[in-house]
Design a protein around this ligand. Structure first.
Ligand code: SF4
Length: 179
């Protein structure tokens, strides 16, 4: 797997201060994509053992709330293959931190059902996530006032509750904004 960027102090892509990994490769090709260069699976740098260590170290400070995975598309099967062993390490070392993932694939219709994304790693990858922001970016539904998502079709899903209940449960912030 390759990645474009690691942000070590990101407040835009999930709750609290986070470490964000932007993986390379995306087959959705949404019109108006914010970063077309990341469609290429070989864009950026190779994701190695050293990259994993770098991210694990960046996750250590108490003020870091967790890890966010973005793309590109983290749920492209070849990216899942590289991310699952890494997520196991993150979960083991930091059980108290949360993991968010942004995917153009739909949770119910593509990740839990037969699709080009679904592979032997998908169930385990989903089981290690706390929050999934799903759905492709749709330019006509773009809304800059939305928090943690780019267009209004995208859903912020509480993955653990959704898997437990067998239905989609939307994520709710612990502290509601504006209150
Ligand atoms: S899913 Fe994201 S990275 Fe992929 S084409 Fe759409 S906006 Fe771009």
């Amino acid at each position: 797997m390759f990645y474009g960027e690691i942000k070590k102090c990101d407040i835009a892509n999930g709750e609290g201060v986070r470490v964000s990994l932007f993986v390379s490769g995306c087959t959705h090709h949404c019109p108006g994509c914010f970063n077309e260069a990341t469609w290429d699976f070989c864009y950026g740098k190779e994701f190695t053992e050293e990259t994993e260590e770098e991210i694990l170290k960046a996750l250590e400070p108490g003020y870091i709330n967790g890890l966010s995975l973005l793309g590109g598309e983290p749920f492209e099967p070849r990216n899942q293959e590289a991310l699952v062993p890494f997520l196991r390490r993150v979960r083991e070392r930091y059980p108290e931190k949360n993991i968010w993932c942004y995917s153009g694939y739909l949770y119910d219709r593509e990740l839990l059902s037969e699709s080009r994304a679904r592979c032997e790693y998908t169930d385990e990858m989903l089981s290690m996530l706390d929050v999934l922001v799903d759905g492709r970016f749709v330019e006509s539904l773009k809304d800059i006032t939305l928090v943690f998502r780019g267009s209004s079709n995208q859903r912020i899903i509480d993955v653990k509750k959704s898997l437990d209940r067998g239905e989609i449960v939307l994520w709710e912030p612990k502290v509601k904004r504006g209150m």
